[in-house]
Design a protein around this ligand. Structure first.
Ligand SMILES: [Zn+2]
Ligand SMILES: [Zn+2]
Length: 560
């Protein structure tokens, strides 16, 4: 704690004035002019209290020794256990520049715009719990000194020619940053990563007063390669910007092509307003950038709000249907089948999101914070490298072949005194209109002679749609099954998918079989309807699950 030189009370960093402030006597001073802080600035380490949560084992840092009563990792209301330690200082910090009031306002606006958000997410008392946390980041400086030759295709009118471009690259990239706390998931941190590096300051302990800091537990090497790759992307983007008429070929192994070297990896703290909701054994987070107010949050959908909304929407449709002459049972079943296909497609996409999220496919920091994660990552990387190499070799062979071919056509064209692109232009001008007019002719011909438009429609209803539906009903569950099995999530994901696909397939068979009795079509319609209901409830539940995460358990992690 840093004492006020006026009255001796504890001071905190005040965001709106960007100064140290005493709430008791109103005294304020800059971070650099505070005497106690000046002494601190001479040291490499600083004194900090580690608060650990007895429930999840998460550890958070604070320079104030008053006990925290809320864990922002698992959302538990417990008194955290404090322990005073000396720690190495981070190198840099971006101080908070946006107040809690601004953060609450922005978040409320977001929550109001999101669809059917549960009231708990708008509760003002809850929003008061937004906590200012400095998140640890690794910031990398990358240098590139190289004279690479890049290959590309230059377009000049109807010609395309291969070309080699020689570059002289001398570039320094600063502050390429990656979050260093495995508990802070990448899908949130990426969204609010628009920090302005101009405001990065050298670390001073004073900036922490009144805030918390998360614990770095991701190793510095984790993102070395990513940082180098990002710098290469930026160089390539600059080259593309400069030579707009050239389509650049993919650069294989950009790091050695541009000789990208990471010069520096340092620890920095970036400001985040953080809020946690807990619902039984799941947690969800909202984060607001403490510098730019950019917001990321997992908003679930409230089931009751959703049902009321659907019911209200159904009323005008029900009234409308009263005035429509009765629909033939065949068509009823067909409409249900279409909705069933739609439900299957949605079920598929939400299942993929859920599987990715649950297995942390996208979160390198979290994946690499465990020993088995490292091994898995290493072997995946090896396989990926081998694949990329093969691809690059293939592209190189193809390129050589095409260069040979184009020089041949150039030679041949010289003799005929023709333009080299003559064949492709011939296809465009003559063949394509021929094909289009032939198809148009066929359609008109069949309409006027053998088929009526009703027949064509019935072909769509009784042949095309059911066949398509059966193919989807087989392919989709296999796809989900395959992916879920690999991530060991089979139990949570499979039964409802199978039920929905089964009912869709059954309805398709009825349409294909064309039974005479109407009752079969009605039974089919009811079956698909049941499938759709189950499917949508599953989609709903899975969507809400993908808006939250399992409660973190930091006890399991060795290096925290
Ligand atoms: Zn004071
Ligand atoms: Zn906890």
């Amino acid at each position: 704690m840093y004492r006020c030189s006026g009255c001796g009370a504890g001071m905190r960093y005040d965001i709106s004035s960007q100064k140290m402030k005493c709430d008791y006597c109103g005294y304020s001073c800059t971070v650099d002019s505070h005497l106690q802080l000046q002494k601190e600035a001479m040291r490499d380490d600083y004194e900090v209290t580690l608060f650990s949560c007895p429930q999840c084992g998460g550890v958070i840092r604070s320079t104030d020794n008053a006990a925290a009563d809320f864990c922002s990792y698992c959302g538990a209301s417990v008194v955290l256990e404090g322990q005073l330690v000396n720690e190495k200082k981070p190198a840099y910090i971006i101080p908070f520049s946006r107040t809690k009031e601004e953060c609450k306002k922005v978040f409320k606006h977001r929550a109001n715009r999101a669809w059917c958000v549960p009231n708990a997410y708008k509760n003002p008392e809850k929003l008061e719990k937004f906590t200012g946390i400095y998140m640890p980041y690794w910031v990398y400086d990358v240098n590139q000194h190289a004279e690479p030759t890049l290959q590309g295709i230059r377009s000049a009118g109807i010609y395309n020619e291969y070309c080699n471009l020689n570059f002289k690259i001398n570039r320094n990239y600063k502050w390429i940053s990656y979050d260093a706390a495995s508990g802070y998931s990448d899908d949130l941190s990426d969204v609010i990563s628009d920090y302005d590096s101009k405001e990065i300051k050298e670390f001073r302990v004073g900036y922490l007063s009144g805030f918390y800091a998360d614990s770095p537990d991701v190793k510095e090497v984790t993102y070395l390669e990513d940082a180098a790759l990002v710098s290469c992307d930026m160089t390539l983007a600059a080259a593309k910007e400069k030579y707009k008429n050239i389509i650049f070929e993919e650069v294989f192994d950009p790091i050695s092509t541009f000789n990208a070297k990471v010069e520096n990896a340092k620890m920095a703290l970036f400001p985040v307003w953080f809020l946690t909701w807990r619902d039984k054994d799941r947690v969800s987070y909202a984060v607001v950038n403490g510098q730019t107010l950019n917001t990321a949050a997992d908003f679930p959908v409230s089931l009751s709000k959703f049902l009321i909304f659907s019911f209200l929407l159904a009323i005008p449709f029900a009234v409308l249907f009263c005035y429509i002459p009765s629909i033939p049972p065949k068509i009823t079943l067909w409409i249900f089948l279409l909705v069933g296909i739609w439900a299957m497609l949605q079920n598929n996409s939400i299942a993929m999101v859920y599987i990715n999220r649950e297995s942390h496919m996208m979160d390198k920091g979290l994946l690499l914070s465990t020993e088995s994660g490292w091994k898995q990552w290493k072997s995946d990387q090896k396989k990926k490298k081998a694949r990329e190499k093969k691809k690059a070799e293939h592209a190189e062979r193809k390129r050589k072949k095409e260069i040979e071919k184009s020089s041949k056509t150039l030679n041949a064209a010289d003799k005929q005194e023709d333009s080299p692109g003559c064949l492709s232009i011939f296809i465009l001008i003559i063949v394509l209109p021929c094909i289009i007019s032939f198809i148009t002719f066929c359609i008109f011909d069949s309409l006027s002679k053998s088929y009526t438009s009703d027949d064509l429609f019935m072909i769509l209803v009784q042949r095309v749609t059911p066949v398509l539906a059966i193919i989807l009903a087989v392919v989709m569950p296999i796809k989900i099954f395959w992916k879920a099995a690999r991530k060991k999530l089979l139990r949570t994901i499979f039964l409802d998918t199978l039920f929905l696909s089964g009912t869709v397939a059954a309805a398709s068979v009825i349409l294909l079989e064309r039974p005479v009795k109407d009752v079969f079509y009605y039974i089919g319609s009811l079956t698909v309807f049941a499938g759709i209901l189950v499917g949508y409830l599953a989609i709903f539940q899975r969507f809400n699950l993908s808006c939250s995460r399992p409660i973190p358990d930091y006890h399991m992690r060795g290096n925290r």
